[in-house]
Write a protein that binds this ligand. Sequence first.
Ligand SMILES: [Zn+2]
Ligand SMILES: [Zn+2]
Length: 352
Amino acid sequence: MPLLQVDDKGLACAAGGFWIDPWKPVPVAVITHAHADHARRGMGRYYAAAAGLPMLKRRMARDADIVAVPYGERFELGGVTLSFHPAGHCLGSAQVRVEGADDVVVAAGDYKRPVSPGTDPTCEPFEVVPCDTFITEATFALPIYRWDPPEDVATDIVDWWDANRAGPRERQKVSVIAAYSLGKAQRLLALLDRELARRGEARRRVFIHGALEHMIKGYRDQGVEMLPTFRVGESNRARGSVNPFRGHLVMAPPGAMAGPWIKRFGSAKDVDTAFASGWMRIRGVRRRAGYDRGFVISDHADWPSLVRTCVETGAKKVLCTHGNSETLARFLRRQGVDAEPLATAYGDEEDG
Ligand SMILES: [Zn+2]
Ligand SMILES: [Zn+2]
């Protein structure tokens, strides 16, 4: 019997009596990261990487029983040895290494690989963990998905912001950028901080939607350097001809962009919208979503990184979850790797 198997509750380890990222209540849950499709409420006890604890706590009920374990430290559940290893997806995200009597399985959760030296200043980079079976995500598993160096994307974002704040104040636009609340928002704030420093410019403040505040604070508490942020308050609502947001950058979760929230920044001609996401690689997606600009930056591995990672683990067997799992499995099979899709409930989060 395989060490890990999908059942109706999640990725189950019968020998160890636990589930990885379960989607239904279980007594013992091992969590890869705090995104909504991986970390759900209602579990008896949680095990998670210590670096992700502040973010996980914000997702969970106040009295949730969470055991935090540092990266690399081994612990036992049943007769099975586990350890967490950095996944490079967001702060505290972890791969779970599971060692049974006969084999080692690594469930990577969501992950990304560095594509440049400054890929992500907010979290530890992915660690290749040798294993017999590797469970990989396949969110962006199509050859068209290839990421540019994120430093270049940060340059593009500041150029866009500067173009919107050129000229006299009354003609400046509000730059509103959509970013997912855990991972992407903080990564952008860190990358933009570095980009302004590189240009020899002073730090600028960024206005944020209230839904971003908690996770940004979680990152700041862990010492992550980011641009200063101010919450867009009700009292800051633009009135009459005075629009206090002109020339500024506003960051919000994608869900806020279509609603009435964005109206406070003025009419359509006063606002320039953008979305920072791997999905922006497809021009039609941006156009249909109605954004003025798309910046291609993702916290998931791109196609070359997915293929490279599956090979580098040395795994004899690769199981693919999320998104284009069939495409990745088929490609790996052609390279001589025993690979197949694994049906799970992951991947329907706001994440990309
Ligand atoms: Zn995720
Ligand atoms: Zn996911």
